[in-house]
Design a protein around this ligand. Structure first.
Ligand SMILES: Cc1ncc(COP(=O)(O)O)c(C=O)c1O
Length: 390
């Protein structure tokens, strides 16, 4: 880091280092910890990508319907900028969701929409409510946007601490809250009563439904018609196996959506992303079959994990399973040993998972508080091999 204060005025450019131009709050920012690119992983493990069982980022190992590759191969105008309003995709999504296209906005993954919401809503110093353990992008993007994160940790069993949220909203006057249903990393869902109670608060509620298709529950997208303070986010990454093409979407109240249109990058959904997402929606039978297969495998894997003496899997409404590692076993070493075998899982040892222990809840059974997340492994021994199964 530069020894020159960003505030120090100087007339001599040779005294400046590049980092002195960086906004002060970003100088302190810890980088987001993404997973390794497949090729890098493959080289590091000395295994072909086809020989890696990739369970560490909750992707969909079956990949998209065959129509997607066909449509991408036939793409006519990749040299022309994409439609800034993603009209074809939003029309297809309107049909898929039953919600008029005017409520819908698409993005470069749900990730882009999380950042866009924060850019539109938060002034530096504003507060957001985060309910860890949860998807860490909310906290990361809030920090990038100069916001303060107020944490209301989840209760035992990962339920929301609704009274804690109400108290914090009254005391701290935060602008928005990020909720996830099913939640990542545990797969728990938010019930209607809790959501409605939070929606009565004077706060913008962003409900992230990245994994809703696996939950057996209805999406709350239509609720944006009734609730002026609700935004619901969805993605093609999980339901349609398109994580690499980056397509997410959201349902917004009409009184809000126009501002997001103004602030978004004009060409945020690429031609390829739109073509692929539209093609995926054309084969709902495939999407349903993949979902059924993932859910069946989740059940199978859950029962198998329950049999392992040092693992305590938690019930999940999603396409992954969180396990407490018990009996003094080292979760990090387990993860490393599995990666040597070509099986990639994620290891958590974050504070909020440990905090649950202090509340003397279900985690008291765990002798070790490290957590691993296992995404559903499907029948063949290969995460890349399922594309042509249906
Ligand atoms: C809860 C949650 N929301 C959003 C995302 C990101 O979705 P996308 O790939 O559409 O950016 C993820 C990715 O893992 C997630 O777990």
């Amino acid at each position: 880091m530069s020894s020159i204060s960003p505030a120090a005025p100087t007339t001599d450019a040779t005294l400046l280092t590049g980092d002195s131009f960086i906004r002060p709050h970003l100088r302190e920012l810890a980088p987001y910890q993404p997973i390794l690119p497949f090729e890098v992983l493959s080289a590091r493990l000395g295994r072909k990508p086809q020989d890696i069982v990739k369970l560490d980022a909750n992707e969909n190992p079956y990949g998209p319907p065959p129509e997607v590759m066909e449509a991408l191969g036939k793409m006519e105008f990749p040299y022309v900028y994409p439609d800034p309003e993603s009209r074809r995709l939003r029309a297809a999504l309107a049909e898929d969701s039953g919600l008029d296209a005017t409520y819908l906005l698409a993005g470069c993954g749900a990730d882009e929409l999380i950042d866009l919401i924060m850019r539109c809503v938060l002034d530096p110093g504003d507060k957001i409510v985060d309910c860890p353990p949860t998807f860490t992008m909310y906290e990361f993007d809030a920090c990038v946007n100069g916001a303060t994160v107020i944490k209301v940790p989840r209760l035992s069993g990962f339920g929301l601490d609704v009274s804690g949220i109400i108290e914090v909203v009254k005391k701290e006057n935060p602008k928005c809250i990020f909720l996830t249903s099913p939640n990542n990393p545990d797969g728990s869902i938010i019930n209607d009563d809790d959501l409605l109670e939070i929606l009565r608060l004077p706060i913008l509620v962003v409900l992230d439904e990245a994994y809703i298709e696996f939950s057996g529950k209805e999406s709350r997208m239509a609720w944006v018609k009734k609730h002026e303070n609700l935004i619901v986010l969805r993605t093609f990454s999980k339901r349609a196996g398109l994580a690499g093409l980056r397509v997410g979407y959201g349902a917004f109240p009409l009184s809000i959506v126009g501002y997001f249109w103004r602030a978004k990058q004009p060409y945020n959904v690429s031609v390829a992303a739109e073509v692929a997402a539209c093609a995926a929606l054309k084969n709902p039978t495939y999407l349903q079959k993949v979902k059924d297969a993932l859910l069946a495998e989740k059940e199978r894997l859950y029962l198998l994990l329950k049999e392992v003496a040092f693992l305590k899997p938690y019930p999940s409404y999603s396409n992954f399973i969180l396990c407490a590692v018990t009996h003094g076993k080292d979760a990090k070493k387990l993860k490393e040993d599995l990666s040597q075998m070509g099986v990639m899982i994620r290891h958590y040892n974050n504070k909020e998972l440990k905090d649950n222990k202090r509340k003397k809840d279900i985690f008291t059974a765990a002798a070790d508080y490290l957590q691993i997340e296992l995404k559903v492994k499907t029948r063949k021994n290969n995460a890349c091999n399922h594309k042509n199964e249906f």
